[in-house]
Design a protein around this ligand. Structure first.
Ligand code: IMP
Length: 430
């Protein structure tokens, strides 16, 4: 049963899109299992760069079928805009190539308005959400008041469900947050158009996947965000509202235990984060500017979804070991190693200090790391530009030492190293 799961091993933005794009070459189906259009997966093919938020990035390969699982929250406006963008780029997004789970929940403009109002009300305690309505949509789901893609199939009944959803959110917006109410009627008309467009795509993704796996087809589960943003296992409350970790793939696609073969943790060669929350290895000043880039290149460290500059820092091996455990990683894909070229010394966090206590593993999970100081090991850097390197043997000895140390400290073999945004800019270590 060849199911491979790709997860972010850090705070998201690890470069999952390009790893999915590579592995999708051998997959028959590629499925998103969590999150919504808060994600931003970038894939560069030749001259073209695709920035996808909702549709699995594996769909760029013409032989794959893209799926959106029940664990995803779907903003139909974003989905349709993305379908149109792909179609304009010559990529087939017919119902033969894209399937949506009937059990996935919808994000409405009311959820987005609520996200905005709640973030403003948090003041200094802001999470720094993407304002895409993610938290409120999952809140509706958990409180059993959500709207599902299945509901779109009965267009008349859906109009009433949508009206009462907007009425309810309006009461909260006006009474609790002093925010303007939404006018339901234009939204009812808008969603009716979405229902017509999306109906042919809605199916039982769980059943389709199980059947495909039983027939020996290869499925790639494409995680969004990252382990440390997981609602249960991340730096709570500075997390997203879904489960990006590998077990989330089974729940979010409706697959049983035992389906997974490889669990690939995509890990950036340094650490980044957008939004608020603890970050023990964060750096500032010139080094931060150097790691972040100017924003001129698609791969610079600015949010794909929000354009916000990302916080940057050294690779944190305490957190990576934790990610290996929580996900059951079988291998790592190390991205953006090329960015470290030219730095005289590379630091790697091997443990934390809290007063006179030293921790090499997390005592109470990652939400408790704010008071900790990183303890670093210094490794020598390298000057060579790595962009043209394609073989392990051609890597400078210092870069090899860095990779070997990451393997040693995480206990997970590195199987792939990326040295640039292009499909070909990888070193395969399998
Ligand atoms: P939300 O998912 O919009 O509710 O945002 C919650 C937190 O997750 C914020 O810190 C966001 O910046 C972060 N976040 C959400 N999606 C992504 C992503 O795809 N990459 C990186 N951070 C994300």
């Amino acid at each position: 049963m060849p199911l491979d799961i790709i997860v972010g091993a850090q705070w998201g933005d690890e470069g999952k899109g390009r790893v999915v794009d590579l592995l999708a070459a051998q997959a028959d189906l590629v499925a998103r299992y969590n999150g919504g259009d808060n994600a931003g997966h970038t894939v560069t093919v030749g001259e073209k760069t695709f920035k996808l938020h909702l549709i699995p990035s594996g769909i760029i390969h013409p032989h794959t079928v893209g799926l959106i699982g029940n664990g995803v929250v779907v903003n139909p406006a974003t989905l349709i805009a993305e379908m149109e963008m792909l179609a304009a780029a010559g990529i087939d997004v017919s119902p033969q190539r894209l399937r949506l789970s009937f059990a996935a929940h919808l994000i409405t403009p009311a959820h987005r308005a609520l996200d905005q109002a709640q973030e403003s009300a948090r003041g200094k305690g802001q999470i720094g959400t993407t304002l895409r309505g993610i938290g409120p949509a999952y809140t509706s789901k958990v409180s059993r008041q959500g709207l599902r893609l299945l509901d779109l199939l009965d267009r008349i009944a859906f109009q009433n469900v949508l009206r009462s959803h907007i009425d309810e959110v309006n009461r909260i917006l006006t009474a609790l947050y002093n925010a303007p109410a939404l006018d339901p009627e234009p939204l009812v008309a808008e969603f009716d158009r979405y229902a017509e467009k999306l109906a042919p795509y809605i199916c039982d993704v769980s059943a389709l996947l199980s059947e495909s796996l039983a027939h020996g087809q290869r499925v790639l589960a494409e995680g969004a965000q990252g382990t440390l943003l997981d609602l249960d296992h991340g730096t709570y409350p500075f997390v997203t509202s879904s489960n990006p970790t590998a077990p989330g793939a089974l729940v979010g696609l409706g697959l049983g235990l035992g389906s997974a073969e490889r669990v690939i943790g995509v890990t950036k060669a340094f650490q980044t984060r957008v939004g608020a929350g603890p970050f023990p290895t964060e750096v500032t000043g010139d080094l931060a500017l150097r790691l972040r880039g100017s924003g001129q290149n698609p791969w610079d460290e600015y949010g794909t979804t929000t354009g916000r500059p990302r916080r940057v820092g050294w690779l944190d091996m305490v957190l990576l070991r934790y990610a290996a455990r929580i996900n059951g990683l079988t291998e790592s894909a190390l991205t953006k190693l090329d960015i470290l070229s030219g730095l005289p010394t590379i630091q790697i966090c091997v443990a934390y200090r809290d007063g006179d206590k030293i921790y090499s593993d997390l005592p109470y999970g990652p939400s408790h790391i704010s008071p900790f100081q990183a303890i670093y090991e210094d490794l020598p850097g390298w000057d060579v530009d790595l962009k043209e390197v394609r073989r392990w043997a051609d890597l400078p000895v210092q870069a090899r030492a860095y990779i070997l140390r990451i393997e040693e400290l995480s206990g997970v073999p590195v199987r792939l190293v990326s040295v640039g945004p292009e499909r070909a800019q990888v070193i395969d270590l399998t």
